[in-house]
Design a protein around this ligand. Structure first.
Ligand code: URA
Length: 210
C-alpha cells in the first residue's frame, strides 16, 4: 500500500454509509451497517498482504495453494468507537490478535491523555491495523499511533469510516508511513471538532448514549 489515503468508493459502501449518516437511523441499524461496512473496508485495508503457498490436498489432487504469510495481524481499536469497526473486521479475520488504546481529551490542554493501553506481543513482526470510525482532528489517531510505534509497531495501517481533510493532513504530517483507508472524505470540521456533514458522534450513535 503506497498511497497515503485510499477512498473506498464502492457502491455498497457508499449506500450503507448514506443510511448511517441519516439522523433517523436507529441504533440497531447503525450498528448493523457499521459491521457490514467494516467488512467491506477490511477487504481494502488488507489488500497486498504478503502471501505464500501451502501444500494441500483437494479431493482431486495436491496443490500449492495461496495463504497469507507471516505472523497473525494485530487489530487495535481506539476506544470506544473503534470497537464498532473492530467487530466486523474480526469476523472476517478471526485469528487476528486484538489490542485496545484508550485516550481521553484533557479539557484544559485539549491534548489526548492515555488511560488504557493493551496490545498483542511481538508487534514489530505484525501488520497492525488501527481502527477508529472518525478521523476528525487527528489528535487521538496520531497519539494512538505514537503509542503503537513506541510499543514496537513498524507496519501500521489506519482504518476509518469518515475522514476530515484536517485529520488526514495531521496524520500525513505526523505519520506519513501509515496508509489510511476511509469510506468518505467529508468537507471540514466544525468548531466543536465534529466532521461536517458527518454522522454525529459515532460512539453515541452505535451505543445509544448521548
Ligand atoms: N468523533 C465523532 O464521533 N464524530 C465526529 O464528527 C468527530 C469525532
Amino acid at each position: 500500500m503506497n498511497d497515503h489515503v485510499t477512498h473506498v468508493t464502492h457502491p455498497l459502501v457508499q449506500h450503507k454509509l448514506t443510511l448511517m449518516r441519516q439522523r433517523e437511523t436507529s441504533t440497531a441499524l447503525f450498528r448493523q451497517l457499521l459491521r457490514e461496512i467494516s467488512q467491506l473496508l477490511a477487504y481494502e485495508v488488507t489488500r497486498g498482504l504478503p502471501m505464500t503457498t501451502r501444500r494441500i490436498d483437494t479431493p482431486l489432487e495436491p496443490m500449492d495453494a495461496p495463504v497469507i504469510d507471516g505472523k497473525k495481524l494485530a487489530l487495535v481499536s481506539i476506544l470506544r468507537a473503534g470497537n464498532g469497526l473492530l467487530d466486523g473486521v474480526l469476523e472476517l479475520i478471526p485469528s487476528a490478535r486484538v489490542g485496545f488504546v484508550g485516550l481521553y481529551r484533557d479539557e484544559e490542554t485539549l491534548q489526548p491523555v492515555q488511560y488504557y493501553f493493551k496490545v498483542p506481543t511481538e508487534l514489530e513482526d505484525r501488520l497492525v491495523i488501527a481502527v477508529d470510525p472518525m478521523l476528525a482532528t487527528g489528535n487521538s489517531s496520531v497519539a494512538a499511533i505514537d503509542l503503537l510505534k513506541q510499543a514496537g509497531a513498524t507496519n501500521i495501517r489506519f482504518l476509518c469510516l469518515l475522514a476530515a481533510p484536517e485529520g488526514i493532513a495531521r496524520m500525513r504530517a505526523a505519520h506519513p508511513d501509515v496508509p489510511i483507508v476511509t469510506a468518505a472524505i467529508d468537507s471540514h470540521l466544525n468548531d466543536r471538532g465534529y466532521i461536517v456533514p458527518g454522522l454525529g458522534d459515532a460512539g453515541d450513535r452505535m451505543f445509544g448514549t448521548k
